[in-house]
Design a protein around this ligand. Sequence first.
Ligand code: ADP
Length: 629
Amino acid sequence: MGERKFKTEVKQLLDLMINSLYSNKDIFLRELVANAADAIDKARFGSLTDPAQVRKWEIRVIPDKTGKTLVISDNGIGMSEAEVIENIGTIAKSGTKAFLAALEEKKESAAPEMIGQFGVGFYSAFMVADKVELETRKAGEESGVRWISDGKDSYEIGKCDRAEIGTSVRLFLKGDAETYLENWKLSDIIRKYSDFIEYPIILPSVKVNDDKTETVTDTVVNSQKAIWLRKSSEITEEEYQSFYSHLSKMNAGKYLKAIHLSAEGVTEFKALLFLPESVPFNIFMPELQKKGLALYVKRVFITDECAELVPDYLRFLRGVVDSSDLPLNVSREILQQNPLLGKIQKAIVTKILAELKKMQENEPEAYAKFFKEFGKILKEGMHTDVGNQEKLQHLAMYETLNNEPGKLISLDDYVKAMKPDQKDIYFITGDSRKNVESNPALELCRSKGYDVLLMIDPIEEWVMNSNFQFDKKLFKSVAKGELELDGADKEAAEKKIEEAKGKYQALTDYLVKHFDAKLSEVRFTARLTKSPACLVGTDSSISPYMEKLFKAMNQSFPQTKRVLELNCDHPLIAAMAQLVGKEESAGRLDKFADLLMDQALLSEGSAIDDPSAFTARVTDLMTEALAGK
Ligand code: ADP
């Protein structure tokens, strides 16, 4: 046997496990049984094309009261020596460091569910054991492999005699964990967490006879009924929850809704789908995400990550699909190209969107909570799934200018509340409600009472970029393009703008020259009612917020030139116009112009180019004002 050190990350995790963050130690058994079932799934899948591998699949849980050990064994796929080192001595999954860092930060409160999400199942054995011995043999390997560790710094690994294919994990139980030697306790845990496992989980019970001989009886503890084939009325919430945890490898996360789907016709399948209650820690770390649903064909496990079964914008769905008409005896890769999967996906999408609609109508509070968690992801679909765009639009919810923070309304509600003279649906994008709310570009909408959708996520701007319509109404950014008004308002505004243009021609010429590099245009607007000026984009330009994001992602980006809009009625504009062309006030005018620009930037929540120059200018002006100049 050779000794090897654990990778640092493993050691850190083991420390966490041993100083157990879980209050619920029972789950170690669920984790080891799940590993055993996964191993059998793999072996059984292999046996579809290699009948010599078929055996009577089973998992055994064997307590030994004398030796104070508990063995969990399976006759699944087994591991080669290299695989043991790879799987058990290292954490192959990327992002473990990030996980540990996050864990450090959040400390114990968030730890259990986070550990679960990262699927460090095997190590949970060290919550109840001070030594773990794993023996395994894979078909085709010359001998078995033995791995032993006390969960501290290192493990030993070497060859061993083992005839049977499969894996046994022997736990040397800690003094305070001896309750896991009791049959009642073990069968309790198995029924609670692993009842749906489709292989028999066998617990032997030993009876000492009068003549001191022992009789061992095997008892199958789990019902083995695939939960997705059962009637929902016969499934308890607890059963749903433990199946959901099994699927999503999330220990503490809860499911929000369990949805059964039974399809007949073009393709026949049964599915059990879960909407999670909250976003898992890693949903925006794509490399850590489980994608898609588990796929079974006629109750035979194929894969636990069939990405083809759900579109990206429903990637938070968990569940299982059991198809009756996919072919069984082909490789997983070929199977995943089968066009039937696309048809199943379509049926799943239809079902989920209908369920969400129902929830939106009947349980608005639950839906709002759901949408706060997953709305961002769901909204991607408005862009990517043209066929369902309309349905998704009805499902989409927004914060708006006229509703208090935190309250979400649907587009239907928005349209219902539109003013009689309002033609378009208005929106504004930015990085926080506070910042967008202070944007002067909103002034006209405010003064007219128009509501404005507040889009404070980059995804929203991306979705809106496609000439988007709802209920035959266009979506218009209040901070882009020229603002169109209707009827009498329009004429009055146009007249005012024409007048200002003529009156202040010299000022606009000056500003265009002064800000040559930054602006594409300087013009008068009806958008503003209070502020002297604001910055807007052209119809096709991206917002300063998007620009900031692109830059943050290190994407090179040409500086977009923006439009400076001036308020026709503002006294500051009239006063500045007075200074144009006067030799002695040129310095002052430059200063005012720069301040006007900085003010426009600040009020939309953008950063100003040179804060210290800004402060110096303001100080100068304050001094001058107080000195009575
Ligand atoms: P997870 O199950 O989430 O992948 P684990 O730490 O529980 O994480 O297991 C790590 C890996 O070790 C598994 O992915 C699997 O490849 C292997 N493994 C664990 N237990 C067994 C087993 N009983 N039989 C075969 N392989 C196993």
